[in-house]
Design a binder for this molecule. Structure first.
Ligand SMILES: [Zn+2]
Length: 406
């Protein structure tokens, strides 16, 4: 609950049109309407022989997902590409794809394990760092394939990509990335190979209408040929993207991903939360689900407000280690509203407390409350009022952190 001085009419609008953050257009920097990232896979020779010079002419920076052995054939060219500001991404060492491609059958994804994939991707980063002095933070799935093994033993390696990289890009997708919803580890990649500028322009115009992020993906950069993003198309695309009238932000995948990630910290997207590497479980308001008649996620405060007796917040949590956790809560409340009872529940575990004073609705405070003994496994953690108060609000809730007790 915030700013009680807001005129009644404003409140009325606020309540009658509960805006789901997900439905609001995404805010790109400097009033841009959309973002485009150009990306090229495999470290094809034509990328540094012809492609980067053209991009540099327009001051456009792209992402190149490299296979180290291919990159070695044009080491100087790739060093120059890095110096010009292009981004280097990871495209693995072996470029393993399904053995359904006959050429991939010697070392197919069907024969991979997650451990083998992990080792290979870490080794790819190490080799690229050695060669070019930069450590990739973005990855493109060879052949766009995200699982390994076969049949009942198939495993997705998306979680591994999510752990090791800021983003992962697939291939031959049908729609641009929705920045408010997308899984960073599965950014869609739309093909530029063999396309005319008119074909790409249709996709760009659609994406601009929806405020999306268009990650384009290709291979060779040359006048013509197989698996080739044509230079004439690329020239027109760069000119169009750089024309301020078109409202396009064109930047490498990693740069846009970092922007989207930061912006999404203020968007409410409920999702399953697991422990961090230190075992701590951080339940921020933007990953929780506000349920009830009045509760609202307030992006400007990164908190849930308008918390009446009938409202609650639920988080989906995945507890890996059963045991005692210390509860830390971050909240604000006007002193005249403080003191109402609340309860935090997860399965049979329960903590009951009273909302402490913070000074004002604008002053957030973080404090350790007590402990909760949690069972392992996926479950719901609920924060809700523990009394049927009829006036005012419970609190503004920004975060609950669960710190394992050693
Ligand atoms: Zn590839």
């Amino acid at each position: 609950m915030k700013h009680l001085i807001i005129p009644i009419l404003t409140l009325f609008c606020f309540y009658t049109e509960p805006l789901l953050a997900q439905n609001k257009p995404f805010k790109w920097p400097e009033g841009k309407r959309m973002a485009i990232s150009l990306s090229f896979d495999d470290a094809r020779l034509s990328n540094v022989d012809e492609g980067t010079a053209l991009l540099n002419e327009y001051g456009v920076k792209a992402t190149f997902y490299l296979v180290p052995n291919n990159a070695k054939q044009r080491l100087e060219g790739w060093k120059k590409a890095v110096a010009s500001g292009h981004e280097i991404g990871n495209h693995s060492i072996n470029h393993a794809c399904s053995g359904n491609f006959v050429w991939a059958r010697k070392n197919p994804l069907e024969d991979y394990t997650l451990e083998k994939m992990r080792e290979e991707l870490i080794e790819t980063n190490r080799q690229l760092k050695d060669m070019l002095g930069v450590t990739p933070t973005v990855y493109a799935y060879p052949c766009g394939q995200t699982s390994l093994g076969r049949g009942k033993n198939t495993q997705s390696f998306v979680p591994l990509i999510s752990e090791l990289f800021v983003s992962g890009r697939t291939w031959l997708d049908e729609a641009p990335v929705d920045p408010t919803y997308c899984d960073m580890a599965q950014l869609t990649g739309m093909e530029t190979d063999g396309k005319s500028f008119e074909q790409i322009l249709t996709i760009i115009k659609d994406a601009a209408k929806n405020g999306q992020w268009l990650v384009l993906a290709g291979h060779e950069t040359a006048a013509s040929g197989a698996q080739t993003t044509r230079l004439d198309m690329l020239r027109q695309l760069c000119a169009y993207a750089k024309d301020p009238a078109n409202g396009i932000w064109i930047a490498p995948v990693g740069e846009v991903a970092a922007y989207v990630k930061a912006a999404r910290d203020t968007i409410n997207i409920p999702e399953m939360v697991g422990p961090q590497t230190d075992g701590k479980i951080v339940l921020n308001a933007n990953t929780g689900k506000g349920l009830g008649p009045k509760i609202q996620y307030m992006p400007e405060w990164k908190a849930f407000g308008w918390f009446t007796a009938a409202d609650r917040v639920e988080w989906d949590v995945d507890i890996t280690n059963a045991g005692k956790y210390e509860i830390q809560m971050e909240w604000s409340v006007d002193d005249t509203e403080a003191g109402k009872p609340f309860v935090i529940e997860a399965g049979s575990a329960k903590y009951a407390g009273k909302v402490g004073k913070t000074g004002s609705w604008e002053t957030f405070k973080k404090e350790t409350l007590g402990q909760l003994k949690l069972a392992a496994g996926k479950q719901k953690l609920v924060f809700k009022p523990d009394s049927q108060f009829s006036k005012g609000a419970l609190l503004d809730l920004r975060a609950i952190e669960l710190v394992p007790v050693k």
